[in-house]
Design a protein around this ligand. Structure first.
Ligand code: ATP
Length: 229
């Protein structure tokens, strides 16, 4: 079966700064793949390239049978790429309900379903996004991405800077999504959580994918070499 997402030799960067020097991995339908690596190794750039926020200079990206080279940013969501960006961006002056309404596209994910996943959002439906806690904003950002009815949910640092109890809620929601068969690409710093949830891990080092395998196969040597501080 063809992969849902395929990257091969992807190079990308920012003006004269090259950040990706050959990233290759794939993700199959229903899989959870963790994109790992130290700070500045290219995780966010890889996510941005997949979602067409930046163009690649070389290599191949395919998603759901489409070559992403020809896909402009406004079509990425329509193709089924649902991004939860780093920094949990929501529309600050809009209410929770309005934030959800502007994201919604037809499909199995409805407001009722995201309210069931995140009951706190249901309680705060009339509240402006800017008055939510960091954790609630993150829940809203995930809910917005789900309401686009994506074929692939991409979470970039979804638990960063949150209190442990809120992080636990976000991880529980991600586990529920996985159990329901959602395909997920996830960037996070929490090795223990990623090991528990990911089917496969891809480690980036200086813009290259240097290790791919089952997270259970991540030995202490590999962790120290590629992920240690
Ligand atoms: P972090 O965990 O710190 O977010 P990361 O693995 O996601 O790190 P990227 O943000 O993809 O790493 O950064 C990869 C490289 O690209 C780094 O060298 C970084 O300095 C550079 N970079 C990232 N964003 C920009 C930008 N807007 N302009 C120029 N260089 C950038």
């Amino acid at each position: 079966m063809a992969a849902l997402l395929e990257l091969e030799g992807v190079e990308a960067g920012y003006g004269p700064v090259q950040a990706l020097f050959g990233v290759g991995f794939d993700l199959h339908e229903g899989e959870v793949v963790a994109l790992m690596g130290r700070n500045g190794m290219g995780k966010t750039t890889t996510v941005r390239t997949i979602c067409r926020l930046i163009a690649h200079r070389a290599g191949r990206l395919r998603f759901a049978g489409h070559d992403l080279a020809g896909v402009p940013i406004h079509r990425a969501a329509r193709l089924g790429l649902g991004l939860v960006p780093e920094g949990r961006r929501c529309f600050a002056p809009l209410t929770v309900a309005e934030n959800l309404a502007v994201a919604a596209r037809p499909g199995p994910w409805t407001q009722a379903r995201v309210h069931a996943l995140f009951p706190r959002l249901a309680e705060r439906t009339g509240q402006r996004a800017q008055t939510l806690s960091g954790g609630e904003q993150q829940m809203l950002a995930i809910a917005r991405a789900l309401l686009t009815n994506p074929r692939l949910l991409i979470l970039d640092e979804a638990t960063e800077g949150l209190a442990p109890v809120v992080r636990a809620e976000i991880w529980a929601a991600i586990r529920t999504l996985k159990a329901e068969g959602m395909s997920i690409l996830i960037v996070d710093k929490s090795l223990a959580e990623l090991r528990a949830i990911a089917d496969r891990a891809v480690i980036l080092e200086r813009g290259r994918a240097v290790w791919t395998g089952a997270p259970g196969a991540l030995d202490e040597g590999t962790i120290a070499r590629h992920l240690g501080v």
